[in-house]
Ligand binder design. Structure first.
Ligand code: IPM
Ligand code: MN
Length: 344
C-alpha cells in the first residue's frame, strides 16, 4: 500500500450513469489504500448544452498536466437531437485520444462463469489513433445526385509497429505468450499487408511469443464459439471497436468491460474508461453496473505503479463476478461498490 504517495487524477464523470459508476470506482480505490488527488472536470453532453463547449483548448491543456484521467461516460440520451451526431465523439473522445497520443486502447476480458465465452481470458490491443477513425476523407458534390463521400483508413508503419510491439510485450508477460493479429488482409491488401509485416518483423524480436492471424469475420465466429483460443489480440481501430463490443457481450455483458487508453511512452496522462456508454435510461435508478468502471480504475492503478492495489481490485471484481449468477440483477450500483470495497 502506498498511503504516502498521491496521484493527480482528473475525473470526468460525464453524462448519464457516468458519475454514478465513477463514484463507486473512486470508493474502491480509496478502500484499496491508494490516495488520489482528484479534480473534477466538467465535460460531456450536459456540459455542451449548458456552455456550448465541447473541449476548450484550455481544458485540454489542463488535462495534459495530470497523472491520469478517469472518465465515466459521455453522450446525450439515445434519440436526442440536441447534440449533433459525432460532435462529442470526434470533438471530445477522439480529440483526447489523438491529442494525448493514447495510441493503445487496451481492453481485457475475463469471461464470467456461465457466459457464452466461459473460461476465456484475453486482452484486445486496439490501435487507437489511426485507421478509419483518423478523419481522412470528405464530401464532393454534397447534396447533389452525384454526391461522393470517402472515408479513408490511415495506417502508418510507426502506428502499426508501436501497437504490435506493445501487444508482443504484453503477450511476453502473460502465461500463454500468444498473439493473434486480427485484420482483413485478403481484401484490405494495403493496410493488411502493412499490419502483417509490422507484426511479423516486430515478432522476430519476441521468439517466445507464438503468433497467429485471423480474418476479422472469422474472429467474430471464434469469439462466440471458441474465445478460449485467444490470449492477446492486436487489431486496427475500427475492427477493435467492433470486436470489443462482441467480446464484452460474450464474456458476461458490456457492464463488465473496462478499457485503458494508454500513452505507453508516458509523454502525458493516460485515460481510463468503461467501454459502455451513458445509459440515460437507467441513470439515477441504481441499476448501473459499476464493475466496468471499477475494473478501469484497476487498470489506472496499474499504470500509476500501484500494482498491488490494482491486483487486489481486479481479484475482488473477478471473485465477486464468479459468485454472481449471470442474468440475475445486481443489488444496486452502490451496493456493488460497497461489496468490492469490502473485499479489497
Ligand atoms: C468506444 C466507443 C467510441 C469508439 C465512440 C464513442 C467514439 O464506441 O470507446 O468503443 O468508437 O471508439
Ligand atoms: Mn465502441
Amino acid at each position: 500500500m502506498s498511503r504516502a504517495s498521491s496521484h493527480r487524477v482528473a475525473v470526468i464523470g460525464g453524462d448519464g450513469i457516468g458519475p454514478e459508476v465513477v463514484a463507486e470506482a473512486l470508493k474502491v480505490v480509496a478502500a484499496a489504500g491508494v490516495h488520489l488527488d482528484t479534480v473534477p472536470v466538467e465535460l460531456g453532453a450536459a456540459h455542451y448544452l449548458r456552455s456550448g463547449e465541447v473541449l476548450p483548448d484550455a481544458t485540454l491543456d489542463e488535462l495534459q498536466g495530470f497523472d491520469a484521467i478517469l472518465l465515466g461516460a459521455i453522450g446525450p440520451p439515445v434519440g436526442s437531437t440536441e447534440v449533433p451526431s459525432g460532435l462529442l465523439e470526434r470533438g471530445l473522445l477522439l480529440r483526447l485520444r489523438f491529442a494525448l497520443d493514447l495510441y493503445v486502447n487496451l481492453r481485457p476480458f475475463t469471461a464470467a462463469p456461465g457466459s457464452v465465452a466461459a473460461g476465456a481470458d484475453f486482452v484486445v490491443v486496439r490501435e487507437n489513433t489511426e485507421g478509419t477513425y483518423a478523419g481522412e476523407g470528405g464530401f464532393l458534390r454534397k447534396g447533389t445526385p452525384h454526391e461522393i463521400a470517402t472515408q479513408g483508413s490511415v495506417n502508418t508503419r510507426m502506428g502499426a509497429e508501436r501497437c504490435a510491439r506493445f501487444a508482443l510485450e504484453l503477450a511476453q508477460r502473460r502465461d500463454r505468450h500468444h498473439l493473434t493479429l486480427v485484420h482483413k488482409t485478403n481484401v484490405l491488401t494495403f493496410a493488411g499487408d502493412l499490419w502483417q509485416r509490422a507484426v511479423d518483423e516486430a515478432g522476430a524480436d519476441f521468439p517466445d511469443v507464438t503468433r497467429d492471424y485471423n480474418h476479422v469475420d472469422a474472429a467474430c465466429i471464434y469469439m462466440v464459439e471458441q474465445a478460449t483460443r485467444y490470449d492477446v489480440i492486436v487489431t486496427d481501430n475500427l475492427f477493435g471497436d467492433i470486436l470489443t463490443d462482441l467480446a464484452g457481450a460474450v464474456t458476461g455483458g458490456i457492464g463488465y468491460a473496462a478499457s485503458a487508453n494508454l500513452n505507453p511512452a508516458r509523454t502525458g496522462p493516460s485515460m481510463f474508461e468503461p467501454v459502455h456508454g451513458a445509459a440515460h435510461d437507467i441513470a439515477g435508478t441504481g441499476r448501473a453496473n459499476p464493475l466496468a468502471a471499477i475494473r478501469s480504475a484497476a487498470l489506472m492503478l496499474e499504470h500509476l505503479g500501484e500494482d498491488d492495489a490494482a491486483a487486489r481490485v481486479t481479484k475482488a471484481v473477478t471473485d465477486y463476478t464468479a459468485g454472481h449468477q449471470p442474468g440475475t440483477p445486481f443489488p444496486s450500483t452502490v451496493a456493488v461498490g460497497d461489496a468490492i470495497a469490502e473485499r479489497v
